[in-house]
Design a protein around this ligand. Structure first.
Ligand code: SAH
Length: 229
């Protein structure tokens, strides 16, 4: 799995993805993440990559040519066309099923916008899919790219120790996960549910299943209705 991230702030993205589980997966060669600085493809001596919007209005718009050149540099030696995602508040709202589908791909390119966004023509030219992380607006596509990238990469085989490490997680099967406990056995007078200390695997499974249902019903009833559809 290779992910190329086109951004104006490569260090912001690469430093966040170099830690913890994803950082180890990169070190072990299971996934490859490259952050490409769009500014490197500016033909302006000040490395300028944005300009005023045609038609007026506030803010700056990222210009098409440097983004297109950055994209070309990534795909020029590729045998197969990668999936190109533009992180955008106008995109399809990201969810676990999309993470599952994307984790089966071998190559993804992500484009992070900034300022007022990106010249529409380069979106038309290179982008396959617009993806949003929710109905709110951020200053740039970097945090969305990190979130999407992280949730895809943890599903790539070998990144987590076993399938169970993610298949019980919230949203994987349309439900929220059961509550978790670890040592100490008592904390500020609160104990651990007896069944978890019983060593009886079938009962533990049953309890977890019930808790998962109770939680989902209480915290996210919309998910239960969705599962019924
Ligand atoms: N003017 C644009 C918003 C620009 S926000 C509009 O109204 O649609 C600047 C950049 O941040 C965008 O180009 C996009 O890459 C990113 N961004 C902002 N909110 C986002 C969200 N909810 N999901 C994904 N990307 C987002």
């Amino acid at each position: 799995m290779k992910i190329d991230i086109l951004t104006l702030f490569p260090q912001m993205v690469s430093s966040a993805l170099s830690e913890s589980v994803i950082g180890r997966a990169i070190e072990n060669g299971i996934i490859e993440i490259n952050c490409i600085d769009i500014r490197d493809f500016s033909d302006n001596k000040h490395r300028k990559v944005d300009d005023y919007p045609y038609g007026g209005g506030s803010g700056m718009v990222m210009q098409a040519p440097p983004i297109y050149s950055a994209y070309q540099s990534v795909v020029q030696n590729c045998e197969a066309k990668p999936l190109v995602i533009y992180l955008s508040p106008q995109g399809k709202v990201f969810n676990q099923n999309m993470a599952k589908e994307f984790s089966k791909l071998s190559h993804i390119v992500m484009l992070c916008g900034h300022y007022e966004g990106v010249d529409e023509r380069v979106i038309e030219e290179i982008v396959d899919l617009e993806v949003s992380i929710g109905d709110y607006v951020l200053t740039g596509g970097e945090i969305p790219a990190m979130a999407v990238c992280d949730s895809i990469c943890r599903l790539v085989p070998g990144v987590l120790p076993c399938e169970e490490a993610y298949s019980n997680d919230s949203h994987y099967n349309g439900m929220l996960e059961y509550p978790q406990y670890t040592r100490p056995p008592e904390f500020l007078g609160r104990g651990v549910p007896e069944v978890l200390l019983s060593g009886h695997h079938a009962n533990i499974e049953k309890w977890r299943h019930e808790q998962s249902f109770i939680r989902t019903k209480a915290k996210r009833p919309d998910l239960i209705n969705k599962n019924d559809e």
